[in-house]
Design a protein around this ligand. Structure first.
Ligand code: RIB
Ligand code: CA
Length: 316
């Protein structure tokens, strides 16, 4: 029985790469893809989700949710790195731009339709999920699990020295989700940074003749260029794609129960994730945190999954 998932995304090339995998994975039933502002402003994120789903044309069309700005506004985005559209400015067309329902409504509807069956895969700021929990206070206990790409345990942040991007974008929502009664798995930068997709990965993408291959061969090269120019890296991180593999192949990930929270103020530390790892912790454990992974198996799985997605999108 395929696992019902909702992917909450702020595309972003790595969100898009995760969608290319999830939408064709027979182990998953993607009931919805909900847009959230982060890498790009909310309206662009909503457009990108529609454009990506339209370009990939998966066998089962997911519901789409529209993003709206966090209450405190979006403090930062990644357009300086990934282009104005967040996908390398390669002009991904969308024929039919609809006005979807708000993402938080879609999340509430789909979780209520299948209580305790839906896994929320949070690959962007946690604005939508916090709002869904506000809209329906029983929802945290009706979600099967939330798997979150975000935060750091002992490593450095990426958007500030203290904070990871998704948490930094909306720390108040992140704190609300961390403190909610939901079952949570956090996939922090400490482990996602250990997976680098090299130029060999780019060469081994599905063929141009497939919809997945054609799409990725357009949006990924600008990401490789940005990584080389910005950090001198000969490859790209795939934080969201690693997080999706934590959903499909948890056996390759080591986890530990922890008590975590989010700094919502702090001139230097806003958006930092803080964990009580004292010898005698006083905070109650509220999530499992991924502490290790088999990076080689994760990359092999990404390649295997994309090869399958390529076969599903060959021709027409
Ligand atoms: O810090 C990495 C995260 O921020 C990824 O989800 C990336 O897409 C951006 O949203
Ligand atoms: Ca993301």
């Amino acid at each position: 029985m395929p696992r019902k998932v909702i992917l909450d995304v702020d595309p972003g090339f790595d969100d898009a790469l995760a969608l290319c995998m999830a939408l064709f994975d027979p182990r998953l039933e993607v009931v919805a893809v909900t847009a959230v502002g982060g890498n790009v402003p909310p309206q662009q994120a909503t457009r990108n989700v529609q454009a990506i789903v339209e370009q990939l044309d998966p066998p089962r069309l997911p519901r789409v949710g529209a993003a709206s700005p966090p209450d405190a506004g979006l403090p930062v985005d990644s357009r300086h790195l990934y282009g104005i559209d967040g996908l390398g400015d390669v002009e991904i067309q969308v024929a039919e731009l609809r006005a979807p329902h708000p993402s938080e409504k879609i999340i509430c509807d789909e979780v209520r339709a299948a209580p305790e069956e839906v896994t929320l895969v949070a690959l962007g700021p946690l604005t939508n999920i916090a709002r869904a929990f506000q809209r329906d206070p029983e929802l945290p206990s009706l979600v099967h699990r939330i798997v979150i790409m975000g935060g750091t345990v002992s490593g450095s942040g990426n958007i500030t020295p203290a904070a990871e991007f998704n948490i930094f974008c909306d720390p108040v929502s992140a704190r609300a989700v961390f403190r909610s009664r939901s079952t949570k798995t956090l996939v922090p930068l400490d482990v996602t940074n250990r997976v680098i997709l090299t130029f060999d990965f780019l060469d081994q993408l599905p063929a141009e003749a497939t919809r997945v291959g054609k799409f990725l061969r357009r949006i990924l090269p600008p990401a490789y260029r940005a990584y080389r120019q910005e950090w001198g890296l000969e490859g790209i991180h795939a934080h969201d794609t690693v997080t999706l593999v934590a959903v499909t192949n948890p056996e390759w990930f080591k986890t530990q129960e922890m008590a975590g929270d989010v700094e919502t103020r702090g001139e230097l530390t806003k958006g930092a994730t803080v964990f009580d790892r004292r010898r005698a912790p006083a905070w109650r454990c509220n999530m499992e945190v991924v502490t290790d992974l088999d990076a080689e198996k994760v990359v092999e799985e990404i390649q295997r999954n994309l090869a399958h997605a390529g076969k599903c999108t060959a021709g027409r």
